[in-house]
Design a protein around this ligand. Structure first.
Ligand code: DGY
Length: 317
């Protein structure tokens, strides 16, 4: 029986199916795998089902030498924690879990956008603290969402799902920035210049993949380009944003608010972001519905099974 390492506890039904076909080890900790652990796993298992936070960097492959492992079936669409080029050079196939988490992640984008715009986080904190003095025409005043313009950075599957929600649900004009030209099934205008797009919209939603090509794509200059009333939402990866520049933009009033699902050094979230009232901070919940997480596990396992049966990986990256 082939040895399979599943690096986190995932849906029991998926683990049960995995156990029916493979000699399965499930890592019981919630912490990501260190470089040493990743290298050791590459040398010890035939297949690995890793996820975000596991350090499958070029160094891990270098340490593992000629790895026993032949497939990394990532649990998650983003695989910036795996050096795909180093994996390929070492003869390790890599797959991910696109599509199944698109809606859940777009929903978190809308949750953050609405929460930041309507200040419901602040309102909830006020009620929970027993500080609400009753309804009045003043008080916590949000900003309108319907009909305002959204700008989406990265028009992949998740960007398009956000665009559909904004257009069909909230009647919002949609602008987007994408590296390559893109035709989408919702009225949306592609803007070639990022700063130009950022300056033209009321809400910015970032959905680009992480990795070297997008590191600090949203930097101090990008925040300077935004309207002072802009609300900034990140459901991509923390490293896409210069976090210090974001904090400064929020502090100085360069932008109005931010809704953040992802951070540079997860699970550490800078104190400044946790303390400001005009931030909404949630713990990387993009794909966190029971249905989605089960579908992600099943898709990752299907890729391991395809490899074991000598078939091409359905979601090879
Ligand atoms: C994803 O699938 O990329 C999620 O962000 C979890 O890694």
């Amino acid at each position: 029986m082939k040895k399979l390492l599943i690096t986190r506890v995932i849906a029991p039904s998926v683990i049960a199916d995995a156990k029916a076909r493979f000699d399965v080890t499930v890592r019981q900790t919630g912490a990501g795998m260190t470089l040493d652990e990743a290298a050791e796993a590459l040398a010890s298992y035939d297949a690995i089902l890793p996820t975000l936070g596991d350090d499958f960097s070029a160094d891990a492959f270098a340490r593992a030498g000629a790895p026993r492992c032949k497939v990394l079936a990532n649990f998650g669409v983003g695989y910036n924690h795996i050096d795909a080029a180093a994996a390929k050079a070492a003869g390790v196939a890599v797959s991910n879990t696109p599509d199944v988490l698109t809606d859940a992640t777009a929903d978190i984008g809308m949750t953050l956008l609405l929460t930041a715009a309507r200040r419901t986080g602040e309102g909830e904190r006020m009620v929970r603290a027993g500080k609400w003095k009753g309804w009045g025409p003043g008080g916590i005043m949000g900003t309108h969402v319907s009909g305002k313009t959204v700008g989406i950075v990265g028009m992949g599957r998740i960007g398009q799902a956000v665009a559909r929600r904004c257009h069909h649900g909230f009647g919002m004009p949609v602008l987007f920035y994408n590296r390559s030209p893109k035709t989408v099934d919702v009225p949306a205008r592609q803007v070639a210049d990022l700063a130009e797009m950022l300056g033209a919209v009321d809400f910015v939603v970032v959905t680009v993949p992480g990795g070297a090509q997008t590191r600090n794509l949203i930097d101090a200059a990008a925040f300077r380009a935004m309207k002072p009333s802009a609300i900034f939402v990140n459901i991509a990866r923390g490293e896409v944003v210069d976090e210090a520049a974001l904090i400064e933009a929020l502090r100085s009033g360069q932008i109005a608010a931010a809704g953040l699902d992802v951070f540079v050094n997860e699970p550490d979230v800078p104190l400044a972001l946790r303390e400001m009232e005009n931030t909404v901070v949630v713990p990387h919940l993009g794909s966190a519905t029971a249905e989605t997480r089960e579908a992600m596990g099943r898709m990752a396992l299907d890729n391991v099974i395809a490899w074991a049966e000598g078939r091409p990986l359905p979601q090879a990256v």
